[in-house]
Ligand binder design. Structure first.
Ligand code: F1X
Length: 356
């Protein structure tokens, strides 16, 4: 594997030094946090910018994190791998605001606001029209355009999207034979609504025999979908035109649509380290990896040469896979030359497919 991206990378540094302070201010504005939670957030921000990574003796999940440790406890944060450190940061954030005692999703207010935004109905008016495969696939891809974390820096910049890798024809070809499909979900809100639309297209047209949605076990990376978010989005979709929400509700009742989670989805590791039970589950089906973070975990959060073939980076996977991703971080494989600014701007997209 090429050298791993660390917090010394300018982009990762920007995430920790610019995005996180904005996020923490938003959290303090959105919740009635007391002095203890505010102090814990301030300490976490300071520590994650210049301190040393530590694991509390009394952390309830200490054993889990020791298992996921790759000798990073004791490392100065700025020297740690970006993926590992960022994942642990979100675990610490939840601890700081008391999530593990209260169960209150700190990002809940932002997710709710997005799902009930005044423009949402208009933005999804196209659901009233019948969709072809390509439109449903593109909806799922472009749903990843603006996750809430990304918006903290990108604002409402007009985005010009461009596919830098396009295996969509291969994906469509794959569905000539009905398949079981797993979505490794990314963001709640608009992205999840669009993923559900794609899932409905696959089920309603007999392209998928069964779909499993994998959500995160706890709130993560600001807007990542939890089991609760899947329920909320399914209910919201039933209020939108086109009938996808109702059809999916029925598919769930019949066991053709399943929703589940796995602790590994919040692990600070790439999918190379996925546990056997998850690998076995993904073996006999097509797995769709949504979004930028899942892409980093899929190919490895490393300084790959962008010309490296996608299949070379994911040949460890137990079954066929598709990555649907808007580029929001430095990692790219299987594409032409992409300048550093375009890698993080959210202006380029990719559809990549792997078949063993
Ligand atoms: O996975 P997503 O929602 O598409 O993007 C997640 C993201 O916004 O967060 C990370 C940095 O915090 C980057 O991987 C990426 O920019």
């Amino acid at each position: 594997m090429p050298p791993v991206i660390t917090l010394e990378s300018p982009f990762a540094r920007q995430v920790f030094h610019k995005r996180h302070p904005v996020l923490f201010q938003r959290l303090k504005d959105a919740h009635p946090y007391g002095p203890q939670q505010r102090k814990a957030l301030d300490e976490l921000l300071r520590e994650s910018q210049e301190g040393v990574i530590s694991l509390a003796d009394d952390a309830f999940d200490r054993d889990q994190w020791l298992d996921w440790d790759r000798r990073h406890f004791g490392t100065p944060w700025p020297k740690a791998p970006f993926l590992w450190a960022e994942s642990y940061f979100y675990r610490l954030l939840l601890g700081a605001v008391g999530y593990f005692e209260t169960g209150v999703d700190p990002f809940g207010p932002f997710k709710t606001a997005e799902l009930h935004s005044s423009t949402l109905e208009d933005d999804y008016a196209w659901l009233a029209q019948p969709l072809d495969f390509d439109a449903a696939l593109m909806a799922s891809l472009y749903g990843n355009r603006a996750d809430l974390g990304f918006q903290l820096i990108a604002g409402n910049t007009k985005i010009h999207d461009e596919l830098v890798a396009d295996d969509s024809a291969q994906v469509q070809e794959f569905f000539r034979k009905p398949a079981k499909v797993t979505f490794i979900l990314d963001n709640a809100g608009r992205e999840l609504l669009s993923d559900l639309v794609f899932a409905d297209h696959l089920l309603a047209n007999g392209l998928a025999t069964e779909i499993t949605l994998h959500a995160k076990p706890y709130p993560y990376y600001v807007s990542d979908a939890t089991m609760t978010d899947v329920g909320d989005c399914m209910r919201r979709l039933r209020q939108l035109p086109g009938g996808a929400g109702q059809r999916l509700h029925e598919a769930a009742a019949e066991g053709r649509l399943k929703v589940r989670t796995h602790p590994f989805h919040c692990a600070p590791l790439s999918f190379h380290d996925m546990p056997d039970d998850l690998a076995t589950e993904l073996k006999s089906q097509l797995t769709i990896f949504k979004g930028d973070l899942n892409y980093r975990r899929l190919v490895g959060d490393c300084y790959w040469d962008e010309a490296t073939p996608f299949r070379q980076t994911v040949s460890y996977l137990p079954g066929p896979a598709v990555a649907l991703r808007i580029l929001k971080s430095e990692v790219v494989v299987g594409a032409g030359n992409i300048d550093p600014a375009s890698r993080i701007a959210g202006t380029h997209a990719m559809i990549q497919m792997y078949q063993p």
